[in-house]
Write a new protein. Structure first.
Length: 452
């Protein structure tokens, strides 16, 4: 009898303990995260979720990943369900505006407290609604082994002795054009990789390169505001620095291993393979390209030789400008999910970006450069371009060029501008026509987007 009572008492205590700590697997609060990036889905599912669940027994992380190119559609259908995702991603102010009925206030979350620069957060009606989780940078990637070979040439036409001394367009142009003349001696087919202009591959130019003219025009239009905020409110884009943009695009296409008439058939993958195989010395892309370069079969570029230069175009003051740095990657918490689920979302995000386990997963597996004060220099991803972004962000006297392309009013503008660029490269239209498309389409698309 005593033994039976003892067993009963032990079971009761065990059950009570599970209820108090929330450790029962059956009663754990589910944290449903709708992931945007298919390329890291496996990391979330096989590494992040098990680690979080093990260290936070009151919760269980559920990760669902939308197929490439279908996130907005998937988000819309999933948020309409009775058990919606509690964590979702948005790509900037335009995406957040589409989720204004779902994004909760994050002002009082532990996750928001981790953000080093609070101005990077996006707001809706005065409250913090989206927090950036990964900072990225892009510019001109160069192979320093080829650059060193060029600067060692006895007949080089420039006085500088290393790529690190290039700090404006005039110097860049002089180096590139002289390298092109010495292509055979350097063992390359051209200085720049292909300017990929096939369908779906124009984003490096009609979004990323045009960011520089956007940044400077909207910075000058209202110096008291961020260029992104000014751009979002601007019904006109005069393309003041169109000649500077043309400077760089002409440099790319006049000193490339691919003829201009063939650019419409070239993809980003083609360009990155050309760089990885040592067929060229330079290619425009971002830090996310490091793994792609190093992963190309037959790669000839050593990790330590993969470095960055800013997008120099000849704009006054560019000697003090760094890489284009910013983010399209923001996290939101769904206000229509249960309060318990919202709390779980805060617990997970805080764990991911501040716990020792979470930070290692972020740096080594997800490979994010984060904007959180919980990360130190030793927590940075080990890939060479992420390291380069950090170096450029911390150079004395250098200011990063903020991502302003999120102000572009629509994908239709990008596509129209990209098509006009291709026509120009192919000799079917003049530069004035490209500028007119950029100006007219901006106003047209802005009016559609902001129609009352």
């Amino acid at each position: 009898m005593k033994k039976t009572r003892g067993i009963a008492l032990a079971v009761a205590i065990a059950i009570s303990g599970m209820l108090v700590c929330g450790c029962s697997k059956d009663t754990a609060q589910e944290v449903y995260f709708l992931n945007f990036k298919p390329e890291i889905a496996e990391v979330y599912e096989t590494k992040v979720a098990p680690a979080f669940n093990a260290e936070n027994p009151g919760y269980t992380l559920k990760v669902v990943t939308a197929a490439s190119g279908t996130y907005e559609q998937t988000l819309k259908s999933e948020t309409a369900k009775s058990n919606p995702p509690v964590i979702f991603q948005t790509n900037g102010p335009v995406g957040l505006a589409n989720s204004k009925n779902d994004a909760a206030s994050l002002d009082n979350t532990e996750f928001y407290k981790l953000l080093a620069d609070k101005t990077m957060a996006l707001k809706l009606d005065g409250y913090v609604a989206a927090i950036p989780y990964a900072v990225e940078g892009y510019g001109i990637i160069y192979n320093d082994a080829i650059m060193r070979a060029y600067f060692a040439l006895p007949n080089k036409a420039v006085s500088i002795s290393s790529a690190e001394e290039i700090n404006n367009f005039a110097t860049l142009k002089a180096v590139v054009e002289d390298m092109q003349k010495n292509a055979d001696a350097l063992g390359i087919k051209g200085v720049f990789a292909s300017t990929s202009m096939s369908a779906g591959n124009q984003w490096r130019w009609q979004t990323h390169t045009v960011n520089v003219p956007l940044f400077y025009e909207f910075s000058e239009k209202d110096p008291s505001n961020s260029p992104l905020t000014t751009g979002l409110a601007s019904s006109t884009f005069t393309f003041k620095y169109n000649e500077n943009f043309k400077n760089l695009m002409d440099l790319y296409t006049n000193n490339s291993l691919t003829a201009k008439t063939l650019l419409g058939s070239k993809s980003v993958d083609d360009a990155m393979a050309e760089f990885a195989l040592g067929q060229c010395a330079m290619v425009q892309n971002g830090n996310w390209a490091a793994a792609q370069i190093l992963g190309v079969a037959g790669n000839k570029v050593a990790s330590e030789d993969i470095k960055f230069l800013p997008l120099y175009m000849g704009i006054p003051g560019e000697e003090n400008a760094g890489l284009c740095v910013g983010t399209e990657n923001y996290l939101c918490i769904n206000k229509n999910a249960s309060p318990e689920a919202q709390k779980g979302a805060d617990v997970f995000l805080t764990w991911l970006f501040s716990s020792e386990t979470g930070k290692k997963l972020v740096s080594n597996d997800l490979m994010f450069i984060t904007p959180f004060n919980s990360f130190k220099a030793e927590d940075l991803p080990a890939d060479p371009l992420s390291q380069q972004v950090s170096i450029w962000m911390n150079k004395p006297g250098i200011t990063s060029v903020a991502w302003t392309f999120n102000a572009i009013p629509s994908e239709e503008w990008k596509n129209a501008f990209g098509s006009a660029l291709l026509s120009y490269f192919e000799g079917k239209t003049d530069w004035a026509s490209v500028v007119k498309v950029a100006q007219d389409q901006w106003t047209s698309e802005w009016n559609i987007k902001n129609a009352k």
